[in-house]
Each structure stands twice: as structure tokens, then as C-alpha cells.
Design a protein around this ligand. Sequence first.
Ligand code: ADP
Ligand code: MG
Length: 695
Amino acid sequence: MSTPAKLPELFGSLVFNEETMKERLSSASYKTWKKCVTEGTSLDISTANEIAEAMKQWAVEKGATHYTHWFQPMTGVTAEKHDSFISPVGGGKIIMEFSGKELVRGEPDASSFPSGGLRATFEARGYTAWDPTSFAFIKEGSLCIPTIFCSYSGHALDKKTPLLRSMDEVSRQAIRILRLFGDTEAKRVTASVGPEQEYFLIDKADYAKRKDLRMTGRTLFGAKPPRGQELEDHYFGAIRPRVAAYMKDLDEALWALGVLSKTKHNEVAPCQHEMAPIFSDANTACDHNQLAMEMMKKVAEKHGLVCLLHEKPFAGVNGSGKHDNWSLSTDTGKNLFKPGSTPSQNAQFLLFLAAFIKGVDEYQDFLRATVAFPGNDHRLGAQEAPPAIISIFLGDDLNGVVESIIKGTEYKDAGKRTLEIGVDVLPAIPQDNTDRNRTSPMAFTGNKFEFRALGSSQSISGPNIALNTIMAEELKQFADELETSKDFQADLQKLIKRVFTDHQRIIFNGNGYDDAWIAEAEKRGLCNLKSTADALPAYIAPKNVELFVKHGIYTKEEVQARYEIHVENYTSVISIEAHTMIDMIRHDILPAVSAYADQLCQRAYHKDSMGAAHKYEKATAAEVAQLTDELMDACVKLESDMAAVPADAKEAMQYSHATIVPDMAAARTVADKLETITASEYWPFPVYSDMLFYV
Ligand code: ADP
Ligand code: MG
């Protein structure tokens, strides 16, 4: 479709972006929109009408016939409801119509989206409203309008509304701090996010034969292949032609949608790859990540491939995560997590750093909960992703600074001075730290933090809402304290020292995979919420609810609703997995291994009657038969335990975690043993080596 030379034309060609608006709107309307975006003012209906008209014309010129409000309900995926532009004008004629009213507000019949009890049945409809900070775009012949999604009582039913609220709040509080440092220019501080997305690609034919992949997104069975990732030859290895063709198409699809897809490479596991975009504001990053996940799946289909976004499609090989790179920057172009070149800039940097450290320490349980869902339980703490314990990695240089401030001693660097905040310059802190500590869940990487505990399939909204809000809270506390200070420099120094001292326990620069860290973290009093069932209650811990209510991010009911949705989701996912497993055992595996054992017995019988040796047949048949019965027993146990899932949602989650998950693991162990001794022609579906080494 395009060559690199045409990239500037391709990029954003399907987006009704600022440039297009400038071109197609009257200057008054453009200014009203701009003001609405930068200052949060509302759009009047005549401006909305003009934007709608321009948007429609543009979309129709590009071949669009429908429009849809595109929103992010609490399912974690996006939702659309398509209406055509067609409007009858009598005489069998139609015109293409789309008004300001339709642009700014929609009413999807949304009773089937999860609401966690927020939307009573008598008001089953929710409404969607345009988020003018996010550009409309064309996808598959439809003009997609990014919207928020609320109930009629005003409760947020989506993942965008609270994200926007948290971005406003962190901006407000950060500006207060900047004023204290004499910055009178910055008007807004933006949370910037760059999510790195991992994924697997497998052949569509293999996928079609695996019920577990189709139903649950992951393999519920599969013995370790003779070759996994031991050779470590995949990571950054040459990209195979079939995958390269896919990546090229994906890039082009994303570029047309204005997604800044930048890096692509192979990941650790065979068939695993990564796409990283250039960072943008958190809202756009979140929209774009949703789009990227959708496009990854759609483009794969065209190449006879299937893109797996599950956190753990294959046991025994690395799973997929999402690194959420997060920072704060001003509308005047300053990154607030970048150490500066003057003492004052550095004092400001250290204050923001202190806020981050304090916030992550105080709300570590909530941050953990934002990455808690069944798929991620397979990764966190399994030596391939950060442990379930939240801690911060600063790197040697920055850690040296923090320690010298706490102890009031000299730095380790050549200067050998005691650091006086606001007077001294920090030692050079290398950007893009090379001593990367891949085992840390929250790593400082020179000018941003990288939250590495996210799962590949999840929306990045929740974790970023948490980071923004936590940061807003700490900055608010600091601003409240320092705004009334009589001696800013002295009080600043005291505050930073106090905060670093009180919250040093959250800083850990060692190996997060080490068992010694688990013990050490416990001594430090850090949370170790190992599973989703352990982590989710943090959602409704009073201190956490208070935080979000206080800053107007979630109402009490909204937090409760989200908690309930996650709890129910856990049980549903485990239940689908368990039923799929039972189905595959009963309909595929048991009949197959029984037939195989029978075949071996017949051969042994015939050989025996001829007086021929039949040790192999007899021994294998016996082993297969033994394991077959064991598998049946394991399946029966799983079935009967599934019949006893408690009705109460919270109890059901705990029960699923404590009983069903181990039952499934036990059944899998037996089935995987059977796989290794069963003749290939009898095994009912493709095995790991087929799926992972298809090229
Ligand atoms: P690595 O894989 O080594 O972690 P990448 O270059 O793949 O590094 O990803 C780094 C990500 O961080 C990119 O998405 C990049 O755009 C993003 N990033 C860079 N600077 C910032 C920033 N100030 N705020 C948020 N994200 C950032
Ligand atoms: Mg990274």
C-alpha cells in the first residue's frame, strides 16, 4: 500500500486530527475546540454541529458509511455501536446525515456491559459522550468517535472517564508544586505513557484445532517441547519473513490510525514479539493501545496467523507483559522526572521523586491490584516477570543520591560533597539506564518510571489512573505543606529527607527473582499479594477508597463496582477454563488415549499369539491405561468441585483460586504425561513444538 517515502502521507491519514480540523473548520470553531481541549471548557451545540458536519464530510470522502461511538467499557476491550449516516428524505432518496447532537452524545443500549450494580435495570441505558481530547478516526468504513461511557446517574461505566479525571487532578497538583519553584508559565502537566506490547503469533491452522486457545486464549494442556527458549536465539533475532510481512502490515495499519508504532523486535520466547509506540499523553496512549491490540489480531488473520495477547499462552515458555512507561511533563516541554542541570531543577526533580516513592509505598497494595487478573497470575512471581511484591528500582546513581540525603553523608561520586538540595547539582544520572534491572516491577529509567507488572491483554487505563491519582495525592500533601512555608529551601530539604527516610523500604535495587528478596520484603513490611484472589480486596481497602473519592476520580460506588466486576471476572475466567478442560479431557483426550491403548493391546495380543516379543506394546499399554484412569479421576474431581462453587461472588473467587486452579493443574500434569507417551497420530491436537516452531 505504501513505501517508506510515503510515510508522512500515510501517517494519520485515517484520523480527524488537529491539522485536519484546522483545515476544515471555521477559525472560530477550531478555537472553541482548542480551548475545550486545553482548558476543559465545554462545546456549544453550534460548534458541535459544525465539527460533526466537517467530520462527516471528511469521513465520507474517505469512504466511510457509518459512524460509531467508540468506548471502553469495564470489560477491558472496546465497544462500538454502528449507525449509518443514511437519512431518508422521501421519494426513496437518502442523504448522508450526522449532527452535533449525534457527535457529542449517544445512547447505546448498554445493559449487557458490566456495571457492577451501578446501573439499575430501570435505567438500563448508559450514555456516551465525545471526548474531544481524543481524535476521531476511520476503521473499516466507520467513523469512530472516542467517547466516555456513563450511567444516567452520572457514574462512570468505562475506563476512560476516570483516566481523564486522574489526568486533570495530577495536573492541578503538579502545577501547584511548579509554582513553588517559580514556574509561572506552565499551564498544564500531562501524564505521558508509552506502553510496550508483547504478543505471540501462531499459525491459524494450529489455533483452529485447539479448543483451549479458542475458548480461553491459552493452552490448558501441552508438555514441554524438546526445545523451548534455552538457546536464547529468538530475542532480537532476525525476524522471519512471514512475521516481517505481518509486522509491516501492522505498522502501516497503525500509522494510518495515527499510532506511533516505533520499535518491533522478537521477544524471549519462540513466536513472541513486541511492539512499542512512541509515548503520548496517557489518554491517547490508552486509546492507541486498545487500537493496537485490535489491529494486531485483525492483521494476523490476513496472514493466516493468530495473534495471542494472553499473558501465558504456553506453560514453560515466557509469557507476555506490557511495560507501562510513565512520566509527567509540562505543556512547556519539561519532563518532571528528568534530572536537570541546575540545583533548582534538581531540587524539583527530587521532590517529584519523593512524591513517587512515598505514593508507591503507601499504595503498593492498590498498584498490585491494578494488575491482578487470572492471566497475570501465571506470570507475576514466576521468575519471568516481576514478583508480586511492588518495589522501586532507582539504579546505583540515583540510589546513591537518595542514600546520601537520608544519611546526610557524602555521595559516592568524585565530588565527595554532602548534597544540599537546592544548592548542589546532582551527579550525572545517565538517561536510559544501562544497568537495567528487568526483575523490578517499577524501574526508574532515566526520565520515566517503567511499571512492568502489567499483563499483555489488559487495558493500561487502571494502572495509569492509579499512578496519576497517587501522584496527585502526594503532590497535594507537599504543596499544602510547602505553600505555607516561611523558609522554602530549608523546609524543602527537610521534607525530602523525611520522605526518603520514611519510605526507603520500597526501594530495592537487587534481583527481584531471588528468594532472599521475598524474605527481605517481608521483613520490610511490604505486601506480597501473590494471586488475584489475594490482591483484589485492596480495591476496597478504606484508605484506597478514600484516596480516589477525595480526588474525585471514583465515587465510593464506582470503586465498589470495579472491585465486584474484577471478582466476578476471576471466577468466570476460571470457570470457562475448567469447563473447556473437562470438555477436552472427555471428548478428545480420553477417547484418544483409550483408542491408543486398545491399539497397543491388540498388537500385543496378536504378537503374543504368534509367539513374538511384545514388551513395548504391553508396557506402554499398561502405562497409558494407568494414566488414562488417573486422568479420568482428576476430571471427575474437577467436575464435582465445579459443581460446588459457592454462590457468593467473593467466596466463589477464593474457592476457585484454592480448589479449582489446583484441580486443573493436577489434571494437566497427568494429561501432559500422556501426551509424551502417546503416538503422534493419536494425540488429538497440535502440540507445543508444532505451534511454537511453525516456520
Ligand atoms: P525498552 O524495551 O528498553 O524498555 P523501548 O524503547 O522499547 O525500551 O520502550 C521505551 C518506551 O518508553 C517507549 O514507548 C517510549 O516512547 C517510552 N517513553 C520514552 N520517554 C517517555 C516519557 N517521558 N514518558 C513516557 N514514556 C516514555
Ligand atoms: Mg521496557
